[in-house]
Write a protein that binds this ligand. Structure first.
Ligand code: ADP
Ligand code: MG
Length: 308
C-alpha cells in the first residue's frame, strides 16, 4: 500500500535558455506524465511485479482522471483514491536542463490528504506500507508517527522516503519515527539537510541509532546502505542512453522494496535499486522506462547486460 500525493508532470526538454520575466522561451519537446514520488513508486512497483494499491486524492478534473488512468494502466489498484470537488489536482512544470532541472509545483489536493483517508480496516490485509514526500503533504505529515505506529501494530513492514523539504525547515522527528520505519530511503542531499551533517558518514552516524535499514541514494554514484550494523556501498550502473533522472529515486525505491519483501539481503536490494534507478534514467519522466515487466527485462539486458 502506497499512501501519498498525486500530481501531473509537465516535462519540457531542450529549452532554449532560462526563464526570464516578460520574455518567452521555446522548448523542443514536452511530455505529460504521471508525476509525484509516491505515484511513480507505486506504478513502477506494480510493473516490477509487486501487487500495489494506492491511497490518495485528486481533484475532480481531467488531470485527476489522467493520473488514475495511468496508474490503472500499470496495474495499480486505485479503489482507495478519492476525487475532491473543492480543489484541483496539482501539477509540476519540470524544466530540464541536461542532468539538472528546475521544478515549479502547484500542490493542489496533495495538501489535503489526511490519515482518515487510509483504509484502516483493510490495512491489516496488506504486507507493506510506503510513504513519500512528507513535506508536500501537510495533512499527512502531522500524523506520520501515528500512521507508522498503527501500520506496524497491524503487522505491516514500512518504508519512508521523505523527499526534499521546499521550505528547508526539515521538521521531521527522525529519532521518534525511524524506529517505526523498516527501510528509510533518503537521497544524499536530503540526508545531509535532515541531519545537518557535512558528509554522508556523519549523517548516517546520526541515523544509525534510530533506524533499521537505511538506503541512501547517490545519483550517478549509486547508493549506500546500512543494515544489521554494516555499511555497504554499491556503484551505479553506467547508462549509455541517459535522458533525465526524474523519478530515479522512486524507481530505486520500487525495486528495493520488491527485493526487501522477497526477503533478500541488503546488498541485493541496493543492487536492484541501482539497476532500476539507472533504467529510469533511459526514458523521459519517472515511468517511461516501466511499461511492462518484459520490456524492463529486455531493456536492462540491452543497456546493462543484466539478465533476470
Ligand atoms: N545518472 C545516473 N546514472 C546511473 N544511475 C543513476 C543515475 N542517476 C540516478 N541513478 C540511480 O538511481 C538512484 C536514485 O537516483 P537519485 O538521483 O540519487 O535519487 P533521487 O531521485 O531521490 O534524487 C541512484 O541511487 C542510482 O542508483
Ligand atoms: Mg527522491
Amino acid at each position: 500500500m502506497v499512501v501519498g500525493e498525486l500530481n501531473v508532470d509537465i516535462i519540457l526538454n531542450g529549452i532554449q535558455g532560462f526563464p526570464e520575466l516578460e520574455k518567452e522561451k521555446i522548448a523542443e519537446s514536452m511530455t505529460i506524465s504521471l508525476g509525484s514520488s509516491s505515484a511513480i513508486m507505486a506504478a513502477n512497483s506494480s510493473v516490477l511485479g509487486t501487487a500495489t494499491s494506492f491511497c490518495g486524492i485528486t481533484g475532480d478534473d481531467s488531470f485527476g482522471k489522467f493520473l488514475i488512468d495511468e496508474l490503472r494502466s500499470k496495474g495499480v489498484d486505485t479503489q482507495y483514491i478519492s476525487k475532491w470537488k473543492d480543489h484541483k489536482t496539482g501539477a509540476t512544470i519540470v524544466m530540464n536542463y541536461g542532468i539538472e532541472r528546475a521544478n515549479i509545483s502547484y500542490c493542489g489536493t496533495m495538501e489535503f490528504l489526511t490519515m482518515e483517508a487510509i483504509p484502516w480496516k483493510e490495512l491489516g490485509s496488506f504486507d507493506h506500507l510506503h510513504i513519500s514526500s512528507i513535506f508536500l503533504q501537510k495533512g499527512l505529515r502531522k500524523d506520520i508517527g501515528t500512521i507508522l505506529k498503527r501500520a506496524k501494530d497491524k503487522g505491516l513492514t514500512t518504508s519512508l522516503d521523505i523527499q526534499w523539504d521546499p521550505e528547508e525547515k526539515w521538521d521531521f522527528n527522525y529519532r521518534e519515527c525511524l524506529p517505526l520505519v523498516d527501510v528509510f530511503l533518503p537521497n544524499k542531499k536530503e540526508l545531509l539537510a535532515l541531519t545537518q551533517s557535512p558528509d554522508i558518514e556523519t549523517g548516517l552516524d546520526q541515523l544509525k541509532a534510530h533506524g533499521n535499514w537505511i538506503a541512501i541514494k547517490l545519483g550517478e554514484e549509486g547508493s549506500m546502505g546500512y543494515a544489521d550494523g554494516k555499511t555497504i556501498r554499491c556503484p551505479a550502473y553506467k547508462n549509455p542512453e541517459y535522458v533525465d533522472s526524474i523519478g530515479a529515486g522512486d524507481s530505486f525505491n520500487a525495486a528495493f522494496i520488491k527485493k526487501f519483501l522477497s526477503g533478500a539481503e541488503p546488498r541485493e536490494c541496493l543492487e536492484y535499486g541501482n539497476l532500476m534507478g539507472a533504467l529510469n534514467t533511459s526514458s523521459v519522466g519517472g515511468t517511461g522506462a516501466f511499461e511492462s515487466l518484459e520490456g524492463v527485462r529486455q531493456k536492462v539486458k540491452s543497456l546493462f547486460n543484466f539478465k533476470t
